[in-house]
Design a protein around this ligand. Sequence first.
Ligand SMILES: Cc1ncc(COP(=O)(O)O)c(C=O)c1O
Length: 390
Amino acid sequence: MKFSSLTDRVKGSAADAWDLHYLAKQAEERGEDVIILSVGDPDFDTPAAIIDRALKALRDGDTHYTSILGHVELRAAIVERYRKNSGQVIDVSQVITTSGAQNALFACSLCLLDAGDEAIVLQPMYVTYEATIQAPGATLVPVVLPAERGFRLDRETLQNAITERTRVIFYASPSNPTGVALNREELELIAELAERHDLWVVADEVYADFVFDGQFHHIASLPGMAERVITIGSLSKSYAMSGWRVGWAIAPPQMIANMEKLALCMLYGLPGFIQQAGAEALQHCVDDLQSMREIYRRRRDNLFAAFSAIPGLEPLLPEAGMFMMVKVVGSGYSASEFTRALYAATGVSVLDATAFGASAAGYVRVSYTLAEADLEEACNRIKSFMESLT
Ligand SMILES: Cc1ncc(COP(=O)(O)O)c(C=O)c1O
């Protein structure tokens, strides 16, 4: 039987990098002694108040169809949180709820791109971007943020990537995998070029609540940008709610209207009890978020200190998020060989960061989504592994 060409376009090319992760997961299920640092899912439980609200909502009968845009309570909570964080005053009509940030990214791609269009993506990039952008038949144009420059953006590279077919610039800041949060100058550069070439900007800010150092800047708050930026957010990381699938897009009204049409035929609204739980998170659980951020910060600092002390490893201090990039070329292995040899020798799984783009070659991505004792044990095993190579 024949399938549509879309099914080829959404294949993505980075899937192999996860083979080792799946192997480690299977080993864990068999009860073997493995330490999985290759996952992007918070290890915390969803705060109890959020679960209680969902249960109450279920018992109260919030089990029917909901509005396509989402409950006003949840959207108002998103508006309020956004105002507190960015200083921007927006209306609930500029918010649509989605099934996680991933669903919002996909909807943006379908609403902004046609076959033959080009979408610029800052690279290293989150792995689903490739399939997301290719789904409507558009071409992904990577703008490489070089490892030698700490994975930061420069004017010339971005400028040179823009053609008359470019429609949109996609990026995640803070970035998965690098942990880089774009600074004001970098955002001003994107804004300047987006305005000059009349481009949309899709700003994936799912890690914005986990910035450890300095202030997080929202591109939509730069002068003139609110009308061309779609800001994507999610509760997955901030409130350890990855399985609840609550995300959103904040965008100009016409874009929201288009996303609503798409959501009507693609999603048909998020479950009401989940939306109530999401509103609870945003309205009442900011203390949980802050304590998770402090735990991530402590883990980041400990991991960075431990890796820095291991000859042959060069960690990059992430400004945000739950991942650390570590250069492993000092081991004599490529990143892919390193991940396999490390796992075989120690049971520690990390991810070959080449999956996020060629500019991350030579790096592995290490998640710090495990308790500190497990992270310490992983560091000890990695240290012994490195010593065994010399
Ligand atoms: C940069 C980035 N964007 C989007 C997502 C998807 O998040 P969600 O669970 O909200 O769909 C992830 C998940 O890891 C991510 O790292």
